[in-house]
Design a protein. Structure first.
Length: 371
C-alpha cells in the first residue's frame, strides 16, 4: 500500500510539473499571447507579405543626397592641386612647350600648393577650383597683351588627373583608387576599374563613405535589376566598400532536420528555400502549425529594440505559397516548435531517471538511520 501511494505521489508530482514547465525550447505563440509582451506578432499571409515587400522597395532607395548628384550634362571638372595643366597656344610652339621637352608624352604645368601654375608672360595663373574654360579665358586675356589674337586651348595632360581620387576596398578583385577626371565617374566605373566584385561580396549592403558620413548602396539592384538610382556619381574622397557576406546569416533552430546557420546567397532568399536547404521539418517531432520567423525590429515610439515575430501554419496549403514569397533578412531566426507529445516525452525522460534512483536513496537513508 505504501509503495502504491509513493508511486501515485510521484506521478502526481510529474503531472504538476508537466503542467507548469517543459524542458527545452518551445513558443506556441498567438495574437492573444503576443499582446501581453513587448513584441509584434503577424501571420505570414498575403497582407504581411505585401506590406514587407512595399517596405523593402522603399528602403533600398539611396538617400536623396546621393540621388541629387549632378548629371553628366552639367558636370564640369574643377582643377586641383597636383594636376598637370596643358596649355596649347597655336602658332607658338615655344609657349606650348616652354621648357623645350621633346618626349612624346606631353607633360604640362604643375598646379602647386598655392593653387596656381606658372606660364610665360603671365607669371602665376590661378587654377585650383576652376574649370578648364575659366582658365583658358584668363590665359587668352593675359596673352592678348603680348600676342595678337592668341588662340589658346587648355586641357589636363595624359595621366595628369592627380588631385582627386575615389577609393575602392573590401570584396573587389583589385582594391585600388580611381582618379576623378573630366569624365563623370559613377559606381559602375569604379567597380570596373577594380575588376568587379568577388563571389563573397555582399552587394546589397555596399557602403559609401563621404565627408564623414556613411551611406548604403544596393549594388544588387543596380547590377541585376537595372535600378540606375543606385549608380551614384562619385566625388573626391569617396570610399566605396564592398563587405563580405559572412555576417549575412539566417539561423534555424528547433525541430528541423539540420539546425544550423545559413549564409545568405547573393540576391533574395525566401522562407521556403531556407527550410528546404536544411532538409525541411523533422516529421517525427515538429509541429508544422507553429513555425516562426523572429526578426529584430525597432519600437519607433520608444526608440528601443523590439522583436517582430511572424507565424506560419504549414498545415495550411496556402501558407506554403506565402512562404515562398516571404523574403528573409540577415540575422533572422527561424524556429519550429515541437508537438506536445514530444514535449511530454522529453519531460518524462528528464524525470524518470531521477525516480529510478529514489528507492536506492531511500534504502541508504534507512541504513544510515539503523532501521
Amino acid at each position: 500500500m505504501k509503495k502504491i501511494k509513493y508511486v501515485l505521489s510521484a506521478l502526481a508530482v510529474c503531472g504538476l510539473a508537466s503542467c507548469a514547465s517543459y524542458p527545452g525550447q518551445y513558443m506556441n505563440l498567438n495574437e492573444e499571447s503576443a499582446a501581453a509582451v513587448d513584441y509584434t506578432y503577424s501571420p505570414i499571409d498575403a497582407i504581411t507579405v505585401q506590406a514587407l515587400k512595399n517596405a523593402q522597395e522603399f528602403a533600398v532607395l539611396p538617400p536623396q543626397i546621393l540621388r541629387a548628384n549632378r548629371t553628366p550634362k552639367d558636370y564640369e571638372y574643377l582643377v586641383g592641386i597636383g594636376d598637370l595643366v596643358r596649355v596649347t597656344v597655336y602658332g607658338h610652339p615655344d609657349l606650348t612647350n616652354p621648357a623645350g621637352i621633346t618626349t612624346a608624352v606631353p607633360t604640362g604645368q604643375l598646379v602647386g600648393a598655392d593653387g596656381t601654375f606658372f606660364f610665360p608672360f603671365l607669371d602665376r595663373v590661378k587654377a585650383e577650383g576652376r574649370t578648364l574654360e575659366q582658365i583658358r579665358l584668363d590665359v587668352t586675356k593675359g596673352l592678348a597683351k603680348v600676342l595678337k589674337d592668341p588662340q589658346v586651348d587648355v586641357t589636363i595632360s595624359l595621366n595628369g588627373f592627380r588631385s582627386k581620387k575615389v577609393y575602392l576596398s573590401g570584396e573587389v578583385n583589385a582594391p585600388s583608387f580611381l582618379p576623378i577626371s573630366d569624365v563623370p565617374v559613377r559606381i559602375t566605373d569604379a567597380l570596373a576599374l577594380a575588376q568587379g566584385s568577388t563571389k563573397d561580396a555582399d552587394l546589397e549592403n555596399v557602403t559609401l563613405q563621404r565627408e564623414g558620413k556613411t551611406y548604403r548602396v544596393n549594388l544588387y539592384n543596380l547590377l541585376y535589376k537595372g535600378d540606375t538610382s543606385q549608380n551614384v556619381l562619385l566625388q573626391d574622397g569617396d570610399t566605396l566598400n564592398l563587405p563580405d557576406r559572412r555576417l549575412r546569416k539566417v539561423f534555424l533552430m528547433g525541430e528541423v532536420i539540420k539546425p544550423s546557420s545559413v549564409v545568405m546567397p547573393t540576391g533574395p532568399l525566401t522562407l521556403a528555400e531556407v527550410l528546404n536547404d536544411v532538409g525541411g521539418l523533422n516529421q517525427g517531432t515538429s509541429n508544422a502549425a507553429q513555425i516562426y520567423v523572429i526578426r529584430a525590429g525597432v519600437d519607433s515610439a520608444k526608440g528601443t529594440l523590439r522583436p517582430d515575430i511572424y507565424h506560419m501554419d504549414a498545415n495550411n496549403p496556402a501558407s506554403l505559397i506565402f512562404a515562398d514569397q516571404f523574403f528573409m533578412q540577415p540575422r533572422d531566426i527561424v524556429y519550429v516548435d515541437p508537438v506536445k507529445l514530444v514535449r511530454v516525452n522529453r519531460l518524462l525522460s528528464t524525470i524518470l531517471p531521477t525516480l529510478s534512483v529514489l528507492p536506492t536513496v531511500r534504502g541508504n537513508i534507512r541504513a544510515l538511520r539503523g532501521d
